[in-house]
Design a protein around this ligand. Structure first.
Ligand SMILES: Nc1ncnc2c1ncn2[C@@H]1O[C@H](COP(=O)(O)OP(=O)(O)OP(=O)(O)O)[C@@H](O)[C@H]1O
Length: 241
């Protein structure tokens, strides 16, 4: 079956510094995947490259059968490939409702925007309770919810979430995890970047371990590693030290 997203041998970086060294991965039509690995090894750069915020110097990216390599970012959004960036700073002086309405700016997103707004408020009641609150006054968790809400307003056909629970309390992480699970169940395929492998396995079908700008391991949920193996993946073969 044709993959929804096919990333092939992508090289990319910043100036002379190459971060992705021929990275390949794919997502099936109804699949969600997780990305994990050490800090600074290229996960965010990969999402930026898929969104065309970083231009690949080699390789190709195909979305739903169309080669989108090197297209301009608005064209990527218009195609429904939506990126909720890490630590999204949002527009501080805009209210929640205004921010969500603005997020539906693309032609693709303007149809059905009101229904999606209702869906976002149903998914995140905290946002519904704070419609007129300024974005800069939101807590970290609420800010993440607004960031994901904005991504949903873009009518994603594939949604990329970069460390959506970074810095959140366990309770909030659970709340956000449940909401992300709902998004997935509603039929939106996901790419989720997270450090917590077990959290990723609860949300996605397959995981890719990214190290030094390439995929070094693929893990299927069906043959998920046990706790000991998870620890080895986190800390390397040398154990926990
Ligand atoms: N705008 C930039 N200019 C120069 N170097 C950058 C830029 N953004 C990221 N880098 C560097 O690229 C490398 C990969 O960073 P990237 O953010 O992709 O890693 P990551 O795997 O997502 O890590 P983390 O989990 O910490 O977000 C790092 O060495 C980082 O310092």
């Amino acid at each position: 079956m044709m993959p929804l997203l096919d990333v092939r041998d992508v090289q990319a970086g910043y100036g002379d510094m190459r971060v992705l060294h021929g990275l390949s991965l794919h997502i099936g039509p109804q699949e969600s995947i997780g990305l994990f690995g050490p800090n600074g090894h290229g996960k965010t750069t990969l999402l930026k490259t898929i969104s065309s915020l970083v231009r690949p110097t080699a390789g190709s990216i195909t979305f739903d059968g169309t080669d989108i390599t090197g297209r301009k970012p608005p064209a990527i959004v218009e195609a429904g490939l939506i990126h909720a960036p890490q630590g999204n700073t949002l527009f501080g002086n805009m209210r929640i409702a205004e921010t969500l309405e603005l997020a539906a700016f693309s032609k693709r997103a303007s149809t059905g925007a009101q229904r999606r707004l209702d869906d976002v408020y149903a998914l995140f009641p905290r946002l519904a309770e704070r419609k007129t609150q300024l974005a800069k006054t939101l807590s970290g968790g609420e800010r993440q919810m607004l960031s994901i809400g904005c991504a949903l307003m873009c009518a994603p056909r594939l949604l990329m979430l970069d460390e959506p629970t970074l810095g959140l309390s366990p309770r909030l992480k659970e709340e956000l995890g449940a909401a992300i699970g709902e998004i997935s169940k509603s039929g939106v395929p996901l790419i989720v970047v997270e450090q917590d492998i077990e959290f990723l396995l609860s949300l996605t079908d397959r995981l890719y371990l990214v190290e030094h700008g390439v995929v070094v391991r693929e893990i299927d949920r069906a043959s998920a590693p046990d706790h000991e193996e998870v620890m080895r993946l986190y800390f390397g073969e040398g154990g926990t030290h």
